[in-house]
Ligand binder design. Structure first.
Ligand code: C2E
Ligand code: MG
Ligand code: MG
Length: 699
């Protein structure tokens, strides 16, 4: 009896050693593992030890009799899995009844009929094994079904009777006492799914074809499930019946819903994302068109958010975005003004990307109302955001468009709102702007210009002009200021006024500035070599360039590469650029100074009037702005300012250069004041390289 790799174990319990020996002898022909016990107590011990598959238990034993023993064995671990056959010498009906009462599997009577004995034992063992396997499989199946949230049912639809596992009642939240019928099942099917369910079932019955359907179960306890029902339809015992499984797919549905949720909602702020926003805007446009209504779209962008992110790190930036989202949402939550809005209140605000938000006010179109909401939004940012216990001040710029005046479709409306927002930034941030066509024209121009500038860089459309600088007394050339020109393929030669702002705001001034530095150093080194003169070259630095920490290193490298002596390079920086952040300026100026170059303050006198910083800066030259020079001869005030600048410079050991000198009278006056150098049309205009080369050679 070795079917599953293990010999069957049989325990013989009898107080009579002869019976035990005879049984063992008889069972010899079967491959069994046999153990013996001579009384109840021994039987229990042996049972625990050998865990028999079958026990042959004598009924009448001294001490604990067979019945007591059987009862005890059944309570032991694995006691239910063993086949216990009671062996009784009396052919008494009561004994047999009692044997079954105490849990015996079967019985035999003494004297045993030996030729049959072996067959009995074999049969009992086999039956028991089958039973065990069945129960094991049943358990496994039940377990598997419960893991898979799967239940099984059979429906005799002519009698309307559904046979199902207990699990199905649990799944549906129904009590097991009452039978399940179609009518009862319908009570828990979600009302919105009932008709579809019934149609499917009727069709299946009519066509004798199985069906597969998903529906919702609304349990009496309020719980809602999603289930998948799969079926088969059979003809058995002269009856049609549908058999099927019900699969609880709620978890699956939930993760499916979660996936859809995050396809439409921003994970950080939980606001609708760009995708949902665009869909909503499309719907709103369609509906506004149908009803000939107007609506408002606001485009919000946090001011200097990048700075927050760079300075405090992304976790602070993220937290700020969440708090900002909440404030924006609060502002447009139902109030007297926006109560009429039909969009679901929480979906009016969306996060488009980064620090960009939109507010869709689908029934607000009156300018005063819009302005009030915009003001409220601006106002809500006036309080600091508290992040990690520290207050953080961030403002917001808002651009506003109204449908259909400012745009007929998603793209134009959004683009114009963006233009208006950009304008709000331009005029100082922390404000709102309604879109206007002129803004749009400006932006178009700006975008074209940016595009052209990129091409200019790539196709080397920039040139440097040089304007000589003269020693005041001897009127000899001491150096040049390099001035940027753009040879535009269509517009001709452009001066910096027309493009430097855009180059700065787009950051393109950085590569352009690098080019200027390299170009000027190369050119002037060449003149120095050719003419044997230590000419100086001044180049202009934009505020943005001046803020780059790598600037000193870039200057050093350029000098090294072009071999221009450091003291013949002068960097012109405006007051405004220097004073933007004095704490950062001072170390940077010293780092620049360490490369050996000269530093000049350009347009001096036009920026901050405070001169106290001058003595702390390692400056060599002040450039008197041309606005003072222009009127110097006739305007006593301008003359006084120029005079003060020269005196101040001398006190601080700085040299002065006057720019914009156009007449002899101006030059004379400045000379009398003690100004050391001149630059201006009186001497030369800025010149192209060849022209200046000629001039220098004949000088
Ligand atoms: P800036 O540095 O003050 O340059 C002097 C400006 O005055 C130049 O204008 C020059 O052509 C002009 N100018 C010179 N002499 C006279 C004169 O006698 N009368 C009058 N009315 N003007 C005179 P430009 O070349 O148009 O440059 C304008 C500004 O653009 C410069 O002012 C400077 O701030 C900026 N810039 C020029 N080149 C560069 C550059 O390579 N990089 C940067 N970042 N800015 C530059
Ligand atoms: Mg300059
Ligand atoms: Mg200047």
């Amino acid at each position: 009896m070795e079917e599953t790799g293990r010999k069957s174990v049989v325990l013989i319990v009898d107080d009579d050693p002869v019976t035990r020996m005879l049984m063992r002898q008889s069972l010899k022909t079967i491959d069994l593992d046999i153990h013996e016990a001579s009384n109840g107590l021994e039987a229990i011990a042996a049972f625990n030890l050998y865990k028999p598959d079958m026990t042959l238990l004598d009924v009448s034993m001294p001490g604990m009799d067979g019945f007591d023993c059987c009862e005890k064995l059944r309570q032991l671990p694995r006691g239910q899995e063993c086949a216990i056959v009671m062996v009784t010498s009396l052919d008494e009906v009561e004994d047999i009844e009692r044997a079954f009462q105490v849990g015996a599997t079967d019985f035999m009577t003494k004297p045993l009929k030996w030729p049959l004995f072996n067959h009995r034992v074999k049969y009992v063992l086999k039956a028991n094994r089958t039973l065990q396997e069945l129960s094991l499989n049943k358990n496994k199946l039940a377990k598997a079904q419960s893991i898979a949230h799967l239940v099984y049912w059979e429906w005799d639809y002519q009698a309307d009777s559904i046979e199902c596992s207990a699990d199905m009642f649990d799944m549906l939240g129904l009590t097991r006492e009452k039978k399940l019928t179609l009518k009862r099942l319908l009570t828990v099917i979600h009302p919105d799914d009932r008709n579809r369910f019934m149609r499917t079932v009727r069709l299946a019955i009519k066509d004798k074809k199985p069906y597969d359907i998903e529906y919702r179960v609304q349990r009496p306890d309020g719980h809602m499930l999603f289930v998948n029902e799969r079926t088969d339809i059979n003809f058995e015992y002269g009856q049609w019946r549908i058999v099927g499984t019900l699969h609880d797919i709620t978890a699956l549905k939930q993760s499916e819903q979660e996936i859809t949720y995050y396809a439409y909602y921003d994970t950080l702020t939980e606001l609708p994302n760009r995708r949902l926003f665009i869909e909503q805007l499309e719907t709103t446009i369609a509906s506004a068109r149908r009803h000939q209504r107007r609506f408002t779209l606001m485009f919000l962008d946090l001011d200097r958010f990048k700075h927050v992110n760079d300075t405090y790190g992304h976790h602070v930036g993220d937290e700020l975005l969440c708090q900002a989202a909440t404030r924006i949402r609060e502002c447009v939550r139902d109030s007297d003004l926006v109560a009429k809005i039909t969009l679901e209140s929480d979906n009016r605000v969306a996060r488009l990307a980064g620090d960009e938000f939109t507010v869709l006010l689908d029934d607000v179109d009156h300018v005063d109302d819009i302005a009030e909401i915009a003001n409220r939004l601006i106002e809500s940012f006036s309080e600091p955001f508290v992040i990690g216990g520290a207050p953080l001040y961030v403002t917001v710029s808002i651009g506003i468009t109204v449908f259909p005046t400012d745009g007929h479709n998603v793209q134009v409306l959004l683009q114009h709102a963006d233009v208006a927002m950009y304008h709000a930034k331009q005029v100082g941030r922390n404000n709102y702007q309604f879109f206007s066509e002129s803004m749009n024209n400006y932006l178009k121009l700006r975008m074209e210009m940016e595009h052209d500038l990129r091409i200019a860089l790539r196709e080397e459309q920039f040139e440097l002009y040089y304007q000589p600088q003269y020693h005041a007394r001897s009127e000899t050339i001491v150096g040049f200021e390099a001035l940027l020109r753009w040879r535009h393929p269509v517009k001709g030669l452009l001066t910096p006024d027309s493009f430097i702002d855009i180059a700065e705001s787009t950051g393109l001034i950085l590569p352009i500035g690098d080019w200027v530095l390299m170009q000027a150093c190369q050119q002037v080194y060449q003149w120095q070599q050719e003419l044997g003169c230590a000419y100086r070259v001044a180049i202009n630095l934009s505020a943005l360039q001046f803020n780059q920490n790598y600037l000193p290193e870039r200057v050093r490298q350029t000098l090294e590469q072009t071999r221009l002596p450091a003291e013949t390079l002068e960097l012109e920086i405006t007051e405004t650029a220097m004073l933007h952040d004095v704490a950062e300026t001072i170390p940077l100026l010293f780092a620049l100074k360490k490369t050996g170059v000269r530093l000049a303050i350009d347009d001096f006198g036009t920026g901050y009037s405070s001169m106290s910083y001058l003595k702390n800066f390692p400056i060599d030259t002040l450039k008197i702005d041309k606005s003072f020079v222009e009127e110097i001869v006739f305007n006593r005030k301008d003359a006084a300012i120029a005079q003060t600048i020269v005196q101040l410079a001398h006190n601080l050991n700085l040299s002065t250069i006057a720019e914009g000198v156009e007449t002899e009278a101006q030059a004379q006056m400045l000379l009398d004041m003690g100004c050391e150098e001149f630059q201006g049309f009186y001497f030369n205009k800025p010149m192209a390289v060849e022209e200046l080369s000629d001039l220098l050679k004949h000088d």
